[in-house]
Design a protein around this ligand. Structure first.
Ligand code: ADE
Length: 244
């Protein structure tokens, strides 16, 4: 997958994209990330990319032309056979979810424009295929949001996670939260690892983990249970949890 990130703060990205799993994915040739400075597409000698809002009011607005020209520069030679997804990060966008990450992970080319200031000139909005928010809060800019999107998406590209890091057990993978994990030592500060996990009984462990995952989801995110793909066994576990 090729990802082009268009930003006015390129320096924010270098550590974030070159470390850990994203760094390894690029070394393995599974992922290519290019960072582009929108200021290089400014129309004036001060390299400015924003201006006052028509109609007055606080803040500045990102101008249409630098964004349009920056997007054109990275989409004129597309990677792969399909046209790229062109994503704007904005708190006014559609909520980013694991489902959206899976959808993006199946693309060959993503272009992500990091929004700033009070927003962008609405007339350039037609260049975007998606406007995405990472949550109901406001960041100082879209850079961190685009890193979140790239990170959550890249780890779902086949081969990016090793076997031991599989995405299969993730929270949200099948619509509910993950179960609790334990590692050595078996006793820590007077607290024991649950007996079942050292029993060697794989079926008992599976049922315990599923029960704990459903219990957590019920306590912390009951909204997820309305859309999760629940099995008959899950429903039975939930009934017994609710009757406790
Ligand atoms: N820019 C500022 N806040 C944001 C958010 N919550 N999601 C995406 N982009 C943003």
């Amino acid at each position: 997958m090729h990802v082009d990130i268009l930003t006015i703060f390129p320096g924010m990205f270098y550590g974030a994209i070159s470390e850990s799993i994203l760094g390894r994915a690029q070394e393995q040739g599974l992922l290519e990330i290019s960072i582009h400075d929108i200021r290089n597409f400014s129309q004036d000698k001060h390299n400015s990319v924003d201006d006052y809002p028509f109609g007055g009011g606080p803040g500045m607005v990102m101008q249409a032309e630098p964004i349009w020209a920056a997007v054109q520069s990275v989409t004129s030679a597309p990677y792969g056979s399909r046209p790229p997804r062109v994503i704007l990060t904005t708190p006014a966008g559609k909520q980013f979810t694991q489902e959206m990450a899976k959808e993006f992970a199946s693309e060959e080319h993503l272009v992500i424009v990091c929004g700033h200031y009070e927003g962008i000139d609405e007339r350039v909005s037609d260049v975007f295929t998606d406007e995405v928010s990472i949550g109901d809060f406001v960041l100082t800019g879209g850079e961190l949001a685009s890193m979140v999107i790239v990170d959550a998406t890249a780890r779902l590209i086949p081969g990016v996670l090793g076997d031991s890091e599989s995405a299969k057990g993730d929270s949200f993978y099948d619509g509910i939260l993950d179960y609790p994990h334990y590692t050595r030592p078996r006793q820590w500060r007077g607290m024991d690892v649950p007996e079942v996990l050292v029993s060697g009984d794989h079926e008992k462990i599976r049922v315990w983990r599923r029960t704990e995952a459903l219990k957590r989801t019920l306590m912390r995110r009951p909204d997820l249970l309305e859309t999760a793909a629940l099995t008959d066994e899950d429903r039975q576990i939930l009934r017994s949890l609710l009757n406790q």
